[in-house]
Ligand binder design. Sequence first.
Ligand code: PAF
Length: 166
Amino acid sequence: NWKANSKEDINFVPTMGNLHNGHAELISSAKKFIPNKTLVSIFINPLQFDNEKDLITYPKTQNKDIQLAFSCGAEAIFIPSRQEIFPENNIIYKKASKKLSSKLCGLKRIGHFDGVCTVVYRLLDIVKPKTIFLGEKDWQQLIILKNMIKEMKLNIEVKSISNQRD
Ligand code: PAF
């Protein structure tokens, strides 16, 4: 509904929750750089975890995350269900570029970047932002997502922000 009523272009900050200073910087930079409406998504993507245990123990801090996102200037928060992101029998699996994902972190984390691409592609399809904001801390992810957006001709601007974790 927020999207339907929002005529302005959307700045999009995708997250898996458990927000920290790096996310705070992404959200406030989005606000500062482009005075569009900023939407933050929170979705813990099961496809990008290396094992079930990490997924289960991943911190779930939704109330805190919502507060932080709003206090940094987010205007809407999108918390999709699994069903929304992975509609039954209708998941479009995306593959990360082989060239870009077969080195560095991707060497050990088999399938990780395919999982990231699959979920981000789906989120972009739902949110249809003008600009996506990504942290430079996850450099390989940034390069891979930039590549996917360009190859799929999604017409979405990628802004990368140099941020730091505590
Ligand atoms: O960087 C992250 O938090 C995740 O990889 C992302 C981009 C939200 C996709 O799940």
